[in-house]
Write a protein that binds this ligand. Structure first.
Ligand code: NDP
Length: 345
């Protein structure tokens, strides 16, 4: 038996989540049964989509149960194993986040081959679902072509930081990003390879976009929705593509915000507007990880993370991420990295 702590959702948040919407619960985990492993979690991800999972059901997007552990991406090390392919000491990624230990079926595990030049946190960032989201959003959904100009909103966050760099690696033309502070905008240009950026806290968003992308854009990678989408529709060229990756402006107020007023641009500019979820693109994952690992080692892709220590601060990290306190990927460190030998530690 192993004593574990899990974070449960106990009430559906109204507006911004508060601490009382969650509870830390102690549980006793059995020893692994056939085909299972016991994992000590090292780092876990907090993501905007989790706010949507906390809400009532949206079509195609099931909500989390109350009084049950939440889930999400995590990286950990196998402490006990009844699954031959994952012996003790194997470093793994899986979906049993929001807890310090988990019993995981082997089918839900991916092996991570430790590389001293790549921190484990990168496997939740540019080598994880974050990087894959940026990559498939640009390559497969936008089908971006060399020289095309792109605007990425939420640009200093996890997906945005990856998307700017990957757009460059895929041969994009002018790459413009928007974010929530002047310091974040400086980081876009100084560290993440963006050509220009602007703070979206302006009275006239279309004017700010027009100043950063004076001749317009071919692709809009939308992480925000609403007024950002409206601004993109006003700047996009004929036959442009809008990749609907996220709509974070709505997550604390689903169904309460007005949409863009200029959807007619989809008709007049003959646009393709396409939403996607990364989970439908997992077949691309292995190829992406190989490519992105090379980019990381060469230094043409960097992983930017904000780390909050302690499972007991995971809810805090989640709330702070929604408010924009993160640069790059918001990650919660739950325990120490395994020893370099891969021993269970
Ligand atoms: P981020 O790391 O970008 O964190 C969220 C950021 O959103 C904050 O840092 C904040 O930065 C910004 N933000 C918060 N509220 C607003 C607002 N009202 N308007 C504009 N920006 C806001 O998270 P991720 O990179 O993980 O996710 C980014 C987007 O991508 C989200 O919409 C998410 O749902 C989506 N996503 C979609 C996936 C898919 O499969 N389609 C997969 C993964 C993510 P700031 O300081 O700039 O305001």
């Amino acid at each position: 038996m192993t004593r574990a702590t899990e974070i449960h959702l106990v009430r559906r948040p109204r507006g911004e989540p508060v601490d009382d919407d969650f509870r830390a619960v102690q549980v006793e985990l059995d020893d692994p049964g056939p085909g299972q492993v016991l994992v000590r979690n090292v780092v876990m991800s907090v993501d905007p989509y989790m706010r949507v999972r906390m809400a009532a059901v949206l079509p195609g997007y099931p909500s989390w149960d109350l009084d049950a552990p939440m889930d999400g991406s995590a990286v950990g090390v196998v402490l006990a194993s009844a699954a031959e392919a994952f012996p003790v000491g194997t470093v793994v990624s899986h979906r049993y986040g929001w807890r310090d230990h988990a019993l995981v079926p082997a089918g839900g595990l991916r092996r991570i081959v430790p590389d001293p030049s790549i921190p484990l946190t990168a496997h939740l960032d540019v080598l994880g679902m974050t990087g894959l989201t940026a990559f498939v959003g640009l390559r497969d959904v936008a089908r971006i072509r060399p020289g095309e100009d792109v605007w990425i909103s939420g640009a200093a966050g996890a997906v945005g930081a990856a998307a700017g760099q990957i757009a460059r690696l895929l041969g994009a033309g002018r790459i413009v990003g928007s974010a929530g502070s002047a310091a974040k905008v400086r980081q876009l240009v100084d560290e993440l390879g963006y050509d220009a950026g602007f703070d979206y806290h302006v009275p006239d968003l279309p004017a700010a976009l027009a100043a950063a992308a004076p001749t317009g854009i071919d692709v809009y990678f939308d992480n925000v929705g609403d007024d950002h989408l409206e601004a993109a529709l006003g700047s996009i060229r004929a036959h442009g593509r809008i990749v609907v990756c996220g709509a974070i402006n709505q997550y604390n107020a689903l169904g309460e915000r007005p949409g863009p007023r200029n959807l007619i641009a989809i008709l007049t500019q003959r646009l393709r507007v396409e939403g996607f979820t990364v989970r439908e693109h997992l077949a691309a994952y292995d190829g992406f990880v190989a490519q992105a690992s090379d980019w990381l080692r060469q230094g043409s892709l960097v992983s930017t993370v904000t780390v909050v220590d302690g499972l007991d601060r995971a809810v805090h990290a989640f709330r702070e991420m929604l408010r924009g306190a993160n640069r790059g990927k918001m990650i919660v460190r739950i325990s120490d990295d395994p020893a370099p030998t891969g021993s269970a530690g």
